[in-house]
Design a binder for this molecule. Structure first.
Ligand SMILES: [Zn+2]
Length: 591
């Protein structure tokens, strides 16, 4: 495993890279005052509401609320993973991405890894060449043609052919044996001899997010041969539980991915693409994991799982759902498409074509329909006992959900099935009442126009102009104040004071993947009525002073109340004295 990327490197990267340049090469920008604008690449619009700030190194769309750093932009626009986006920016600057000590790769390991990519790329070239040249390849070509696949599709997915017998070592040359064994391409027997893992099979290269071959799948051509499908084993480059076949190709084919269809085999992906359904991906001989699902949801919000209608298919669907429930958020939807018995997507799409197949996708079962249909199987009665059984069955799944809005929707449906009041279900499910607001760092902000609270105002000002942090001599002096978000404010102040060159974007990166991250991003897009540095400073100082005033008056009230009730200790008396005299005291603000 590669080590973590040090956060100091992310700071440096965002300091050196220019977000205007990164975006401009993909979405041409126009200068408008201090900022740059364009029509938003993330939603359809005619007048530009997408702005890029060179000082904050941050982009923001007023229409769809997309926002973030250069890293976020590459993740969203180029559909990259976080690490891939960082590597891409580092490549632009011509620098290496360092990894933290301990688990960091040694130069030799790094070399081995890049050699491994080269080696698999060479295997890929070899298999493709064999598909064109090998005397036995006509069987493979006939098979593909028989499936209605064009040369263009075969080329898009880099299909190849592994000839019978042992060829790979010879083809790859001297000194590659160990590496080929490590990558799962050769199998070593007890006597030390090796043989090809893939023999007389159609070869499907499996590519990572950057298009590099990391593994292979192979399919037999005759029903007599087995196993029908064979994949590379787990290797240093290939982890089944996180890779999806066809994802790279979907990203190549589509700028905006509206929907992803998850199927079970590579032939399904390719047959669907041949018919114009070029948004299918396949898991690689494993159930769909939470990691898979998160990867899918990073690309789009609409995921449809396609399974065989038989018992095995329904069980696989249920496992996929179990893995999805805990990670499902907000506007994401999953649906389930079950095919008629005996059909797979490959056979069905060839029979009925794109239009009818997509109609079936439209009619796929919703999460709730599938969830309750499965849970209710075997419950035929409509009495109290049956209702209790359904509640018992639903409980563990509902408890695992992290998104309360989603949970509430399913509970609403459960209320319908059990003829119960929704509110009465919460305690039966061992859940806190529905009316409870999701706990956030800030008080609820319904209008969306930030920020009404003082702490929020202070944070928003800081994000707009990080240099304001220098006005607070000792952030820790705020630590006794009991207000939502005060801990975050202190953290921000300390980060900014110790790293005065951090831009807004770099600060947001430090909070990526934290509970506070999304709040900070929203506050960074707040539009103050006046945003020149002087007005911001005025607003910031005002907010900090009022936070302290509120704290002092609350403390004064509580000490006064205590003095009436059970009297004050000596220490409390002098504190109260200080508070009552406080108009001449200085707080943590300098100057
Ligand atoms: Zn937008």
């Amino acid at each position: 495993m590669a080590g973590r990327i040090p956060s100091a490197f992310i700071d440096e990267l965002l300091n050196r890279v220019d977000i205007v340049e990164v975006i401009d090469t993909r979405v041409p920008l126009k200068k408008a005052g201090k900022e740059y604008t364009a029509c938003c690449p993330f939603h359809n619009e005619k007048t530009p509401s997408f702005t890029v700030s060179p000082t904050k190194q941050f982009y923001h769309c007023f229409g769809c609320k997309a926002s973030g750093s250069a890293i976020t932009f590459l993740m969203e626009y180029d559909h990259l993973e976080f690490v891939e986006a960082v590597e891409e920016l580092a490549k632009m600057l011509g620098i290496e991405v360092p990894r933290e000590q301990g688990v960091a790769a040694s130069p030799a390991q790094k070399q081995a890894k890049s050699n491994a990519y080269d080696l698999l790329a060479a295997c890929d070239r070899y298999y493709r060449q064999q598909l064109r040249q090998h005397p036995k390849a006509s069987l493979a070509v006939d098979y593909l043609k028989g499936r209605g696949l064009s040369g263009e599709i075969a080329a898009r997915y880099n299909l190849g052919y592994a000839p019978p017998g042992n060829n790979l070592q010879l083809a790859m040359g001297q000194g590659t044996t160990d590496a080929l064994v490590t990558q799962g391409m050769l199998i070593r027997k007890d006597d030390g001899q090796t043989y090809d893992r893939f023999r007389h099979r159609i070869m499907f290269p499996i590519r990572d997010g950057r298009g590099r071959v990391i593994a292979f799948g192979g399919r037999v051509m005759s029903a007599d041969d087995s196993p029908k499908y064979l994949n590379s084993p787990e290797t240093p480059l290939f982890h089944k539980g996180s890779e999806l076949y066809g994802l790279y190709e979907v990203r190549q084919a589509q700028r905006h991915i509206d929907r992803l269809l998850v199927v079970e085999g590579y032939m399904d992906v390719i047959a669907l693409a041949q018919q114009g359904i070029d948004y299918a991906v396949a898991t690689l001989g494993t159930a769909c994991t939470a990691e898979h699902v998160q990867k899918l949801f990073r690309l789009c919000n609409d995921v449809v799982f396609c399974f065989d209608g038989d018992r095995a298919g329904r069980e696989a669907a249920w496992r996929a759902m179990e893995n999805t429930l805990p990670v499902l958020q907000g506007t994401q939807t999953i649906r389930f498409l079950f095919l008629p018995e005996g059909e797979d997507p490959d056979s069905l799409v060839r029979q009925i074509g794109k239009v009818e197949f997509e109609q079936r996708i439209e009619q796929a079962q919703s999460l709730s329909q599938f969830f309750f249909a499965s849970l209710r199987s075997g419950i035929s009665r409509q009495d109290l006992e049956a209702h209790r059984t359904l509640i018992d069955r639903a409980r563990p799944y509902l408890q695992k959900m992290s998104d309360q809005a989603y949970q509430a929707l399913l509970i609403q449906d459960l209320a319908g099935y059990t003829q119960q009041d929704e509110r009465a279900l919460y305690p039966l499910l061992g859940l806190a009442a529905a009316s409870r607001q999701a706990k956030t760092v800030y008080p609820a902000n319904k209008q969306g126009n930030l920020p009404p609270s003082l702490v929020r105002t202070a944070i928003a000002c800081l994000l707009h102009h990080p240099a304001l942090a220098n006005l607070v001599a000792d952030p820790q002096s705020l630590s006794q104040i009991d207000q939502p978000g005060i801990g975050l404010l202190i953290d921000l102040l300390e980060n900014m004071k110790s790293n005065p060159t951090l831009t807004t974007a770099a600060i947001l990166e430090r909070w990526r993947n934290t509970r506070e991250g999304p709040h900070l991003e929203k506050l960074a897009t707040w539009q103050p009525s006046l945003n020149d540095p002087e007005s911001l400073q005025h607003e910031f100082i005002g907010a900090i002073e009022r936070i302290q005033d509120q704290h002092r008056s609350a403390r004064t009230q509580s000490l006064l109340a205590k003095s009436k009730a059970d009297g004050l200790t000596g220490e409390e008396k002098s504190e109260l004295q200080r508070l009552l005299n406080r108009s001449i005291q200085t707080g943590p603000l300098q100057g």
